[in-house]
Design a protein around this ligand. Structure first.
Ligand code: PEP
Ligand code: MG
Length: 580
């Protein structure tokens, strides 16, 4: 029977394909007692699952790509050790034999015992091994439940015509899916600018998030349509609907071909004002995509993705190599490297503090985390500075808010430079330093930033979250996450105006920069530098090529003065943005 589910559009386009269900975590472990005469069979079922996981780990290790983070192999070895440890295996078999628990129940029980022991350990490194035990256990539970892990899905996907349906996909898992031939994504959870959605958008394929209960209502192999423009998912469509969407797919393909013709056109408005379009990237390998999409540089390299999915943070050499690789890939184009922005919906694996914090978005994230770990921060700063010797690099700091944080950050940059001077490493002595404007307090205290930094970049994803008090990853309040809220627009406009008055270059690197329907508003506010996922570049470019800047002046004044939604809608319509 055909039915439609409604969610949040995150990546445009239409896709038709078959559902492939991915359960990221085994939420409900079955509990039952096995019959006395089935105990051996149950133990063997557990052993078989253990063996299957061992094979998975061996395959993963054998197939590690050359550019995989250095510690990935050690991480897999640790998981193999845990998988074969008596504390896990013998104890589970004992529970099956003595208490007649089924294998999943026995494993979950033993996990609880082991995790409880870790609670009291003071050594942070050892405490973090708890996450490894949980991950290994989860792998075994998935095998017992017949659920494939994300890497298995990649390895064994039945066809290329596949749409991934999941309750949620962690940003790190989403990264695993880069360069894989999935045609689309649907998740139960998430908001428009959750990091999972951002990575999905960077893949340039249709996706909808916050589609409540999709992973329960959609069955394996169901035929589904994702309308990425509307954020709807049609399950088991009728023939008429299917034909309608096939037509729309053909129209999209024609439009895409038209867009490709703009690839080499210079980005100038009708009145001749040049506009700079830069790319947001997550991995060193994204740099090539950015250049081939026509980006004039990278406006945001989210380095935290280098730190995810591993047990230890990458050391100075590994980071330096990653940054240098991007600098070289950019071949003289500017590269803006943002220091680690970890926390909230981007947890470091096993970093307990984030998972247990009640309000992680208001907690120790981004620059706050870096300043609380100055040794680790210095490692990153040295690695970035060293990469600056190979091409134009700018350093960007996330979520600064207080003058003390700014001064501490700048002191650490000086300290990193001093350390490099002592060891004889070269770096760009004039490397430019920039601040992200992501919290309302930063906008209201802008002169502090303008005096101390060479450039600014407005992180609208967080600026919206913190202005409207809406968790950007929470689908329950996603309908209130409004980039066009008057308060948000005024904060963005203030930042651009003051920066322009002061002569400090300012960019927008939040998702709004890649939204063609926001281009006129941002241009009208005086923005001349946009940074977005490469997949959005051509659509925004097309919009910019149609704009005559003087025409925007009056509507923009009216927009910023408007207080009633009706007035705002009228101005947005005049600006040609009514289709939002
Ligand atoms: C932002 O907040 O707008 C931004 C670009 O940073 P991130 O999405 O990585 O938090
Ligand atoms: Mg941010």
């Amino acid at each position: 029977m055909s039915f439609t589910l409604y969610g949040i559009p995150v990546s445009r386009g239409i896709v038709i394909g078959h559902a492939y269900l991915f359960a990221p975590a085994v939420l409900d472990v079955p509990h039952y007692l096995v019959e006395q005469d089935q105990i051996e069979e149950e133990s063997a079922r557990f052993r078989l699952a253990q063996h299957t996981v061992q094979q998975e780990l061996d395959t993963l290790k054998a197939e590690l790509p050359d550019d995989a983070p250095g510690e990935m192999e050690a991480f897999l070895d640790v998981h193999s050790l845990i998988l074969n440890d008596d504390l896990l295996v013998d104890a589970v078999i004992q529970l099956i034999r003595t208490r007649r628990y089924n294998a999943e129940w026995a494993l979950a029980t033993q996990l609880e015992v082991l995790v409880a022991r870790f609670e009291d350990i003071e050594d942070e490194y050892l405490r973090e091994r708890r996450a490894d035990i949980e991950q290994v256990t989860e792998r075994v539970l998935k095998v017992l439940a017949g659920v494939p892990g994300i890497r298995n899905i990649i390895a064994k996907r039945p066809s290329d015509n596949m749409i991934l349906v999941a309750r949620d996909i962690a940003p790190a898992d989403m990264l695993q899916l880069k360069n894989q031939a999935f045609r689309g994504f649907v998740t139960d959870l998430g908001g428009k600018t959750s990091h999972t959605a951002i990575v999905a958008r960077s893949l340039g394929i249709p996706a909808a998030v916050g589609v409540t209960q999709a992973s329960l209502l959609i069955k394996q192999d169901d035929l589904i349509i994702i309308d990425g423009d509307a954020g709807i998912v049609i399950v088991d469509p009728t023939l008429i609907v299917l034909e309608e969407y096939r037509d729309r797919q053909r129209e999209c393909a024609i439009d895409e071909r038209r867009l490709q013709c703009l690839k080499h056109a210079p980005v100038v408005t009708v009145d001749g004002t040049p506009i700079s379009l830069l790319a947001n990237i997550e991995l060193p390998s994204d740099a090539r995509t950015a250049v081939s999409a026509g980006a004039l540089g990278v406006g945001l390299f989210r380095t935290e993705f280098l730190f995810m999915d591993r047990c230890m943070p990458p050391g100075e050499e590994a980071q330096f190599e990653a940054y240098r690789r991007v600098v070289q890939e950019m071949d003289g184009l500017p590269l803006t490297i943002r220091t680690i922005d970890i926390g909230a919906d981007k947890p470091l694996n096993g970093h307990d503090a984030y998972e247990s914090a009640k309000n992680p978005a208001l907690g120790l994230r981004a620059i706050r985390w870096s300043l609380s770990e100055p040794r680790m921060f210095l490692v990153q700063l040295r690695a970035i500075l060293r990469a600056s010797a190979f091409g134009p690099v700018r350093i960007l700091f996330p979520m600064l808010m207080h003058v003390q944080e700014i001064d501490q950050t700048l002191d650490l940059v000086s300290e990193a430079k001093r350390q490099l001077d002592l060891t004889g490493f070269s770096y760009d002595l004039n490397v430019k330093l920039g601040a992200m404007i992501e919290v309302p307090a930063a906008v209201l205290a802008l002169p502090i930033f303008l005096k101390r930094f060479d450039f600014l970049s407005i992180g609208t994803n967080d600026l919206i979250q913190y202005t409207l008090a809406i968790d950007r990853a929470n689908n329950e309040v996603a309908h209130l996450y409004d980039p066009f809220h008057p308060a948000v627009l005024r904060l963005i406009a203030m930042t651009i105006r003051e920066a322009n008055t002061f002569g400090v270059p300012v960019a927008v690197c939040g998702e709004i920069a890649g939204d063609p329907s926001a281009a006129r508003i941002l241009l009208g506010m005086g923005l001349r530098e946009f940074s977005m996922h490469p997949s959005q570049l051509l659509q925004v470019k097309r919009e910019i090529l149609r704009v005559n800047l003087p025409d925007l002046e009056l509507p923009l004044q009216d927009l910023l003065a408007a207080t009633e939604p009706k007035e705002m809608q009228a101005v947005l319509a005049r600006l040609g943005t009514a289709s939002r």
